[in-house]
Design a protein around this ligand. Structure first.
Ligand SMILES: NC(=O)C1=CN([C@@H]2O[C@H](COP(=O)(O)OP(=O)(O)OC[C@H]3O[C@@H](n4cnc5c(N)ncnc54)[C@H](O)[C@@H]3O)[C@@H](O)[C@H]2O)C=CC1
Ligand SMILES: O=C(O)C(=O)Cc1ccc(O)cc1
Length: 364
């Protein structure tokens, strides 16, 4: 008897979960696809054991169903599942970035013999699609579960045990509290990043020197502005009331900087930086947070032509996943510094050893 896990939405998050479960003893992973070519891709990439275009075939005898589609489609899927004769005791969960509305929907559907427990793996990236999926995505991240009152503890613990395969740390939370906090630490930064990039884009329309000089730091702090528009449209509309409150507070923060500058209040500016600095230095450092850090290495590059390909091949041959490459000195005829960014600290450490062994000068 194997435990069947059905995944609806085999993208970045659904695909990463599938990779965490696939190949584990006693587990079979079935992916639902809405296009034949996607079904072929999921299987040929080794992400799922089996893929099907049929909702029924994926769901009917599943022990666990993971809904990993954009937030705006979650309720539709849950309604569709509520009309099927699902396996008694089946646990349905989701991975949506908001939790209150799907929790309310599950309570109102009250599917007999089936348990809904909302979930949110609090790790991800600006990339999307199964191509970006990784079995390491959730390692050392928080994974929120929002069991509604009345769900048997045994069902909660069964899901919690299954999720051990993600190597994430489970946190139990009320859905409304989740949406408030995640709205502030993840959804608001995404809005700010997009607004900032669009402000600079408008200047760049009349003077392209803006984008020319916006290398390095600007790209880093606005990475999340490259996130998927559909995923984020759904998240922000779904968490609309929380976001409107947070944006009001954000306006207050911006206005206070306007006043500090109007009043030439150097002491006030210093105080704002001091306070931010103090709070930030107390944030936990090494755990993977919602907004994923990149781990960087810098190496001297004596001549540019061909070197990016050479280094990428050397790392790739050793199975080291490189996330980004940037030449910091952009003139082709002078020595420069190459920045290599990794999503996993372990990849960065392995790359350091390999590159040093191959006689590159490496700076961490
Ligand atoms: N992107 C991130 O970093 C994180 C996202 N989430 C949540 O995970 C969920 C999925 O997001 P991602 O994996 O990033 O997105 P994605 O775009 O990589 O994957 C979405 C999946 O849903 C499927 N899908 C899209 N439209 C569909 C349609 N009309 N009919 C059927 N299937 C459709 C796609 O084929 C794809 O497999 C969202 O609810 C998001 O809020 C949660 C944590 C992190
Ligand atoms: O790109 C990043 O670092 C993110 O912020 C990813 C992310 C996006 C949505 C979530 O609900 C959780 C994490």
């Amino acid at each position: 008897m194997t435990t069947k896990i059905a995944i609806f939405g085999v993208g970045l998050i659904g695909g990463s979960l599938a990779l965490c479960f696939k190949g584990k003893e006693g587990l079979t992973v079935v992916g639902h696809a809405h296009r034949p070519e996607s079904a072929i891709k999921y299987v040929s990439r080794g992400v799922v054991d089996h893929a099907t275009l049929s909702v029924e075939e994926a769901a009917l005898d599943a022990d666990y169903i993971f809904l990993c589609v954009p937030v705006g489609m979650l309720e539709g899927y849950l309604q569709q599942l509520s009309r099927l004769p699902l396996k008694p005791g089946c646990i349905i969960t989701d991975v949506g970035s908001t939790k209150a509305s799907i929790a309310a929907c599950a309570v109102s559907l009250d599917i007999p013999g089936v348990f809904f427990i909302g979930g949110h793996p609090m790790a991800g990236s600006e990339r999307s699609g199964v191509e970006a999926a990784s079995s390491l995505l959730f390692e050392n991240a928080y994974y929120v579960l929002t069991p509604p009152p009345g769900v048997p503890e045994a069902a909660y613990h069964a899901l919690e045990s299954l999720l051990l395969h993600t190597r994430a740390q489970i946190v139990r939370l009320d859905p409304e509290r989740h949406d408030e906090i995640v709205g502030a630490i993840s959804h608001l930064p995404h809005i700010i990043a997009v607004a900032l990039v669009n402000q600079i884009r408008a200047y760049d329309d009349t003077d392209s020197l803006y984008s020319t000089l916006a290398a390095g730091g600007f790209r880093d702090i606005t990475r999340i502005a490259s996130s998927d528009p559909i995923i984020w449209r759904d998240i922000l509309l779904n968490n609309r009331l929380v976001m409107l409150r947070l944006l009001k507070d954000w306006k207050t923060e911006v206005s206070s900087f306007v006043s500090l500058l109007e009043n030439e209040d150097g002491v006030g500016i210093q105080k704002a930086f001091d306070e931010a600095n103090n709070f930030r230095s107390q944030l936990p450092e090494r755990r993977k947070g919602m907004i994923a850090p990149l781990f960087d290495l810098h190496i001297d590059v004596p001549d540019h032509p061909g070197i990016i390909g050479r280094i990428a091949t050397e790392l790739g041959d050793q199975g080291i996943n490189l996330s980004n490459v940037q030449i910091i000195e952009s003139r082709e005829d002078v020595p420069g510094i190459m920045r290599l960014s990794f999503r996993q600290e372990r990849d960065m450490e392995l790359a350091k050893v390999l590159l040093q062994h191959n006689d590159y000068t490496v700076y961490v």
